[in-house]
Design a binder for this molecule. Structure first.
Ligand code: ADP
Length: 368
């Protein structure tokens, strides 16, 4: 019953290689069983988290993702979605201590590698115990829960082959099985899901969102993911890549390869036999380099996803992870690639709470 609930505040945390995702459940009414001084601290924490949208220099609340009127363990409330860079963990813990967290006897539900890496710091700095959960179990639990509670969670991109007609369209994901999850975080994991509890990890690659950001910073001197995406949006990868038509003069029709297909990523910059390769390098702007990096990484992930889908005989492929945050270029490219290379038999699906499922899932798993 409600009285057996863990003490407040309720957090779910997914501490990844790049970003820490924090989900906070704000109850409509604070439980009566807490002592007076605890209630005071709880009020302060609730006020701090819900009245601000930025925390310290690098913490952000994604207000557009907030979910009202959800019920967890018999309590009604609101789910808030907060993220900060994992390398700011020391500052985050100092802030939590300053806000009085150490005075509360709390267990925080945590997943991701950081749940292990930072366990001792949580105990020492804010007297918090971590209840650790597996990251893929949490991801699936969170995904199912959010899809059931948000009617506009799942969508696809219509007409991905025609930029001007390409739009977001709601998708009914109520009978989803089987499906593939491609989680694009710092690295990439691919899961084949057959039911709410039956799944396996079928593949992965170290060439993921972290690779995009690292290479993009190196090539363009940019300093953030947002800046990398803005640069990419203004760039043209065909100044950097070699296309099929650069090699064939047109389509390679016999094997169905269109002339505009990238034949070799970044190759226009290094045709050593060619007189103009230095000119090509000088002509490539930071924007072009950012775009080519984004296209290279995204197409590689799309290609792995497609091979996994074929091998597992699965038609629906759900792409998640924060690499897709503010990144319609990558989403449309994935949608296009899945559609085109499967002759329209596979579908790329996307979810609004893209990077937060692990954090939601482990919050729900506590005292499940
Ligand atoms: P992880 O759990 O490995 O940290 P995420 O799903 O949180 O994975 O995704 C991390 C990736 O998301 C980064 O590698 C980067 O490509 C992208 N990303 C999106 N927003 C940001 C941001 N504000 N700061 C850093 N990386 C971001």
């Amino acid at each position: 019953g409600i009285d057996d609930n863990p003490s407040m505040p309720w957090f779910g945390m997914d501490i990844g290689g790049t970003l820490c995702k924090l989900v906070y459940f704000e109850p409509k009414d604070l439980p009566k069983s807490e002592t007076t001084s605890e209630v005071e601290t709880l009020r302060n924490i609730r006020r701090y988290l819900t009245k601000n949208s930025a925390y310290g220099k690098t913490g952000h609340r994604d207000i557009h993702l907030q979910m009202e009127n959800v019920t967890i363990r018999g309590l009604e409330g609101t789910l808030h979605f907060i993220r900060f860079p994992t390398n700011e963990m020391k500052n985050f813990l100092a802030l939590a201590k300053y806000k009085g967290m150490a005075k509360l006897v709390t267990t925080v539900c945590a997943t991701g590698g950081g749940a292990y890496k930072f366990e001792d710091d949580f105990k020492r700095e804010v007297n918090m115990k971590l209840a650790k959960f597996d990251e893929f179990d949490s991801l699936l639990t969170g995904l199912h829960y959010i899809d059931r509670h948000n009617p506009t969670e799942c969508y696809y991109w219509s007409n991905p082959t025609e930029e001007s007609k390409c739009n977001k369209v709601k998708y009914d994901f109520s009978s989803p099985y089987p499906f593939l999850i491609v989680n694009i975080g710092s690295g990439v994991s691919v899961l084949a899901v057959y039911s709410a509890t039956n799944y396996k990890r079928v593949s992965g690659t170290s060439i993921g969102g972290g690779t995009f950001l690292g290479l993009c910073c190196l090539l363009t001197g940019c300093n953030s993911f947002e800046e990398a995406i803005e640069l990419a949006a203004e760039g043209d990868n065909t100044n950097v890549d070699k296309l099929v038509k650069d090699i064939y003069g047109g389509d390679y029709a016999r094997f169905g390869l269109p002339g505009d297909l990238v034949a070799s990523s970044f190759s226009a910059l290094c045709s050593f036999g060619q007189m103009n390769s230095k000119d090509r390098r000088n002509k490539a702007t930071r924007q072009d380099l950012a775009r080519a990096t984004l296209v290279t990484i995204t197409n590689n992930i799309g290609s792995i996803a497609r091979m996994c889908a074929i091998q597992e005989k699965i038609k629906r492929v759900v792409f998640v992870g924060n690499f897709l945050r503010v990144n319609p270029i990558a989403m449309k490219l994935l949608a296009y690639a899945m559609d085109y290379w499967s002759n329209g038999t596979m579908k790329a699906l996307f979810l609004e709470h893209e990077g937060y499922f692990g954090a939601v899932g482990c919050l729900l798993k506590y005292h499940e």
